[in-house]
Design a protein around this ligand. Structure first.
Ligand SMILES: Cc1ncc(COP(=O)(O)O)c(C=O)c1O
Length: 389
């Protein structure tokens, strides 16, 4: 393909790291995972980082942890405010834990939650806002944080698409009471499958840590506030305290993560250089709505929405891209409300959902990569302009 959606970000270091794990014979959650967690917490300036099997299980374990807090736990039937564009597994744990979702529309230019609607969504049952920065572009995390603080709500930050992005000099993923990251292939760093949960709240950290591995106490320090250690070592070795999961990461992923993290800044810088090439070509052409950067995006990909005012047919554009061998896809998962699975949710829309539908029907994205793709971007631009003219 002349312009791929994604490509590997690995070099020899990652292969060597894998080989060393294979030779060690220990494959699951050991020293490499610990080292990755240590390096991640330092890099992101957070107290705790927990590596998990995926971004989706980081969301699952993270939401679950709020249900077992000693003070003010989440409860079934509580309301949570969410954006209408995100990945399906942002929403699934909310449904699985019996929360009611209040959907807000997105802004057409940033593609993030329209925070001007937050007050309208607030009711006495509101307990949490889920903030998602779409495709590297920080959402209004500062506004959402203040809103949550003002109303005593939890803020859950699904940052699975935006590692390395910043708002006001603060790294995305660190605004929420819990923040999550994905290290799946094509993301800013890749550990094959993988995810990370970060928090400065030690109780939430211990709850998530226990939830990650069977809901037992083995990985929890004996002085943790989430359980009281008893004297009997025989029973203590297999003591279950929470209805948890097995979402443990592999040592292979941990070892690769250590190497990838060292390269993160350089790879994000490269993505930003590509973004400069992309925005320079597209920014003044009103036929295309491209993502408006809020803060400093880490540019997962490049979105294009065909401006409804110009009536350009998306199928024509998609055919031209297919013929030119350019990879493209729907923006994240499109408007989540348009998927069949929504019938299983307890939810309500706050105001009209207009922009998420426009992005769903008239949008797509092409890939960004941690290497120079200037020629591919220029080719894409030529193909698009020709197809529209
Ligand atoms: C916003 C968001 N949340 C969660 C996930 C899930 O991450 P994973 O694929 O690692 O399970 C993704 C995946 O890309 C995502 O985009």
């Amino acid at each position: 393909m002349t312009y791929e959606l994604a490509s590997s970000s690995w070099g020899e270091e990652e292969i060597r790291a894998i080989n060393s794990v294979v030779q060690s014979g220990r494959f699951t959650m050991g020293d490499h995972v610990k080292r990755f967690e240590h390096d991640f917490s330092k890099k992101f300036g957070v107290k705790h980082a927990l590596m998990i099997s995926s971004g989706s299980t980081a969301n699952l374990v993270g939401i679950a942890a709020f249900f077992y807090k000693k003070k003010r736990p989440l409860q079934r039937g509580d309301e949570v405010i969410v954006p209408s564009i995100s990945w399906a597994t942002t929403y699934y744990p909310l449904q699985q834990y019996g929360l009611k979702l209040k959907f807000l529309d997105v802004e057409l230019d940033t593609l993030n939650m329209d925070v001007s609607q937050l007050e309208k969504a607030l009711t006495p049952r509101t307990r949490m806002v889920v903030a998602v920065s779409i495709l590297g572009n920080p959402c209004a995390l500062d506004v959402i944080r203040s809103f949550c603080d003002k109303h005593g709500l939890y803020m859950f930050e699904d940052n699975c698409e935006s590692m390395g992005a910043e708002l006001g000099g603060k790294l995305c993923g660190t605004f929420g009471d819990i923040g999550t990251f994905s290290t799946f292939f094509s993301h800013h760093i890749s550990t094959m499958e993988g995810g990370v949960l970060v928090t400065n709240d030690t109780e939430l950290y211990h709850l998530a840590r226990s939830m990650r591995a069977h809901g037992w106490t083995r990985d929890i320090p004996p002085d943790s506030s989430i359980y009281e250690k008893r004297g009997d070592d025989f029973y203590e070795a297999y003591r279950f305290i929470l209805p948890g999961y097995n979402a443990r990461p592999l040592e292979l992923s941990g070892a690769v993560g250590v190497e990838q993290l060292k390269k993160l800044d350089g790879m994000v810088a490269m993505r930003r250089r590509n973004a400069h090439a992309f925005t320079t070509l597209f920014k003044d052409d009103k036929r295309f709505i491209i993502q408006r950067e809020n803060g400093k995006s880490s540019w997962f990909s490049f979105t294009v929405i065909l401006n409804p005012e110009y009536r350009v047919d998306r199928n024509r554009i998609m055919n031209a891209m297919k013929q030119a061998d350019i990879g493209f896809r729907i923006i994240t998962g499109g408007n989540f409300l348009r998927h069949d699975v929504i019938k299983h949710f307890d939810y309500q829309c706050v105001g009209e959902i207009i922009n998420a539908n426009i992005a769903h029907d008239r949008g797509f994205f092409v890939g960004n990569h941690p290497r120079d793709i200037g020629p591919q971007i220029r080719h894409f631009h030529e193909v698009l302009v020709k197809a529209v003219d």
